[in-house]
Design a binder for this molecule. Structure first.
Ligand SMILES: [Zn+2]
Length: 244
């Protein structure tokens, strides 16, 4: 029991950017701030000990008040005392990568893509799905295995932050239809299906799942106003849909 068992990140309100979001090193690896600034604080000592012993820890990321997404296993693989923070591996494949300036460019981008998938996208998905009660906002489907957190503005673009108002809980079909511009969502939350798709004749999935939602509205929106889809982002995305 010398080493830390877990670390945690507190809840960020829906429109806010989680604290870990801008804590990625130039090597693509996630950083985790010290408790306070004293390197000898008991929690910092315990994390350092977990690093020395090579023990995994569990990262509890708060995705709603009192609800956590556990990210496991996570390893502490380095320390930056001057910056009061540790370096984490959020995937086994990151454990033995070079950190800091020693990391070659291709290794950095590999590390970064793992950090995004294993931590950022996972936490974003959990936050968005919780805000929508675990249902597709278009068809109410509520099987988590069949749901995604869709970005309104893509990750990496300006306004593409992993915040709940930039997300929509969508089932796989509606997510793909949204991404492939078969389906557009207006800022007033009404749905628009591409005209040529409206005229196709096919089976019940096309009819009930796509064509019949034309001009209807999102069925599910978060209770909290701050968590609802951002009209400005929707407008930007809808302009892309029209242009497509
Ligand atoms: Zn759906």
């Amino acid at each position: 029991m010398e080493g830390a068992l877990s670390i945690s990140t507190t809840f960020t309100p829906p429109g806010g950017t989680p604290p870990y979001d801008d804590l990625i090193g130039t090597d693509g690896l996630q950083r985790y701030n010290y408790r306070g600034t004293d390197p000898q604080h008991s929690e910092n000592v315990a994390l350092r000990r977990a690093m020395e012993l090579g023990l995994p820890v569990i990262w509890f990321v708060a995705v709603e008040r009192g609800a956590y997404e556990p990210i496991y296993p996570v390893w502490v693989i380095g320390e930056e005392p001057a910056l009061h923070r540790f370096v984490l591996a959020v995937d086994p494949a990151q454990r033995f990568l070079p950190t800091g300036d020693a990391a070659p460019v291709d290794v950095r981008s590999y590390a970064l893509s793992l950090t995004k998938v294993r931590l950022h996208q996972r936490a974003f998905r959990a936050r968005v799905l919780l805000a929508y009660g675990g249902k597709c906002s278009i068809c109410r489907l509520k099987h988590a295995e069949l749901l995604d957190a869709a970005h309104i503005i893509a990750d990496g673009q300006p306004n593409g932050q992993p915040v709940v108002p930039n997300g929509l809980s969508l089932c796989k079909i509606h997510h793909a239809a949204f991404d492939h511009k078969i389906l557009g969502i207006r800022p007033d939350l009404s749905l628009h299906v591409r005209p040529d798709v409206l005229e196709e004749v096919d089976g019940w999935m096309l009819k009930g799942g796509i064509q019949e939602i034309h001009n209807k509205s999102l069925e599910i929106v978060p209770k909290s106003k701050a968590a609802r889809p951002d009209p400005e982002r929707l407008e930007e995305r809808y302009a892309e849909f029209l242009a497509g």
